[in-house]
Write a protein that binds this ligand. Sequence first.
Ligand code: MN
Length: 505
Amino acid sequence: MTATIKDILTTMTYATADEKALVERAFMVADKAHDGQLRKSGEPYIIHPLAIGKMLAEMGVDAATVAAGILHDTIEDTAVTSDDIKRDFGDEILFLVEGVTKLGGVRYRGTDRHNESLRRLFVATSRDIRILIIKLVDRLHNMRTLQHVAKEKQFRIAQETLQIYVPVAHRLGIGRLRKELEDLAFPYVYPDDHERVLALTREHRKHDEAMLEKCRKALQRRLGELTLTNFRTSGRVKGLYSLYQKLKRRHWDMNNVYDYLAIRVIVGSVEECYQVLGIIHELWRPMPGRIKDYIAFPKPNGYRSLHTTVATPYDRVVEIQIRTEDMHRAAELGIASHLVYKTQQNGGPNVTKNESWFRSLIPRFGKTPEVVAARPEAVTIPDWIKAVATSYTHHDVTDDDFDDALHQDFFSTRIFVFTPNNDVVDLPVNATVVDFAFEIHSDIGEHVSGARVNGKFVGIDTALKNGDRVEIETSERSHPTYKWLEFAKTSEARRKIRAYLKKAA
Ligand code: MN
């Protein structure tokens, strides 16, 4: 079960010898750095970076990401420094490892405001999507091993997973990570509801799964009889947490859940998707109103497939999802699928390292010049990202959709700064120290005299930047003047300054 560096290298069939050597070097450094450290389970610490490297390799992401994943805990938890990483691995990998390290300092504080801020922060301060991918996979491994963590911490970590990591995985369309994260967190966060859902499914589970397999075989046979040559099918049972969400909206009645059992049909072309839909409707009776064409109308997170729900002769209603190989990969890996190597098809490894389009959507967060220089620039914005942008204005909410914050994150005009306790304060672009002070507390706002921003002393009119760490300095003698209105940007700060001036007059 424990992954080894050999496993990782074997999984990376898509990588060149140089790239594999890089990953192996990352392992040697991490192995040495973590030597003697133990996981909560009592196992050597290195199993954690190795597990992450393995998952990243399975996703097919580039060698730099796999290497950075293996190194992700070194700067924070070992004697290895940023300079060491820079010297041994260069700017790109340093950028990724430091990015993961910084995200690690953000904590979930349990209020709605922080929760939303953190979600946004994830997208906003990640200047490279690969940082998020590593962070998500890191969390997944920590969730898989949560039973070893102290009881009182389990709830907090699991809740943070549901509140922050799951929505991020969903918004980025990474279905594979989302489902597993949800189902791992569910019993810790809602133990009673988890028990209830389990009880509802338990008694029928064996029977259901057997029926699903019968349906799948029947369909497979039927498709094979026709001209279709290149296709595959698989069955899937809805995840418990996802089922729970649906049951809450459907009076806890399993009969009202139509997609508990599903069959996936993966075919060679879009044309065949529609062809298969016709074949299925000929075979089994479709339920009215349950045919969904997410190929012509993709979901906001880019998901594409045809869905239909049919009554089968096996006493079960089954949802059938029809998609091409490309659509399937995108549904499993989401945004990460744009980072992965294209194998075979084009006769050899061919990297689609086009995350720059992603960053081009968050221009305010800029590009680090060295990093951009270190990587090839290939900008083609995938259609579904454009669709996300337009879906803002024509958003039709289905019950599977989350809120529309995805593009708000991308196009927002907000910055996120930290208090010394790592709380996140979210402010408009160009907000200054004064705005921050009033956001913390009116009393602090009324006596702010300056601030330390990232350790450096600055004046109260200083504009803050995304990711700044701000420590307010106050003085009894300091108080609002008319001049403050020249650089206070938030309506909150301006209102309180005016109120103060009025009172003082
Ligand atoms: Mn970690």
